[in-house]
Design a protein around this ligand. Structure first.
Ligand SMILES: Cc1cc2nc3c(=O)[nH]c(=O)nc-3n(C[C@H](O)[C@H](O)[C@H](O)COP(=O)(O)O)c2cc1C
Length: 198
């Protein structure tokens, strides 16, 4: 199965990233979850999960009520020696979910100033899948230009925009729609929403 990086940055919507990690693990993939300091702060505030210094992989599996033997590990934003910082390390793709406008601006301008930014930079230079799930509204011209630059460089932009034709009645269903669209782009089968016409 595949090996993917899921980066959680400081945009609102860490619940999307956590659901994605859960579903990718359950689909049999190996996941490295990378967090920025703002990503950790916002995740703690929004969903109540604080990345602990000890055993952060096992802690997230417990938080998600998943089998603690699943292949999940954490990568720190300031650890540029982590394997995912190098193009020679085999990873099948990266999903930045949620992606802050700060992150998008940095990567669009080649800054690579922390591990998630560097890993996204690596994905683009190696022509591996980079999926960016931005969460901001309204979008300034600078945001739009940065997202355009990312798309031009090969990233796939999947905005955190739930649809309503599936008639969601809970926030969970709205979250599942966005996560399902990301998994569709990756070609990972899922049962997160009912497909139109089926
Ligand atoms: C509660 C909270 C919610 C935020 N939501 C967003 C958001 O939806 N989109 C965004 O681009 N930034 C958002 N921010 C701002 C980012 O966290 C901030 O720009 C940060 O510097 C991003 O850093 P990072 O890209 O290294 O994670 C939010 C901040 C806080 C405290």
């Amino acid at each position: 199965m595949g090996r993917y990086v899921v980066a959680i940055t400081g945009a609102s919507g860490s619940v999307y990233g956590l659901r994605l990690i859960e579903q990718m693990l359950l689909a049999g993939h190996e996941i490295v979850y990378a967090t920025t300091p703002a990503g950790r702060d916002v995740m703690g505030y929004e969903v109540g999960f604080d990345v602990p210094p000890e055993q952060p992989g096992a802690a997230l599996l417990e938080f998600l009520e998943l089998d603690t033997s699943l292949p999940l590990r954490h990568a720190c934003a300031d650890d540029l020696f982590d394997p995912i910082a190098s193009g020679s390390h085999r990873m099948d793709g990266m999903i930045v979910c949620p992606a802050s406008m700060g992150f998008c601006g940095s990567v669009a301008n080649g800054l690579a100033s922390n591990l998630p930014e560097r890993t996204a930079d690596v994905m683009l230079k190696e022509h591996r899948p980079l999926i960016v799930v931005p969460r901001e509204t309204p979008l300034s011209l600078i945001h739009l230009r940065n997202l355009t630059t990312l798309a031009e460089a090969g990233a796939i932009v999947v905005p955190a925009m739930p649809a309503f034709y599936t008639r969601p009645t809970t926030l969970d269903e709205a979250v599942n729609f966005v996560v399902g669209k990301v998994m569709d782009v990756l070609g990972v089968s899922h049962d997160l929403f009912a497909r139109w016409g089926e």
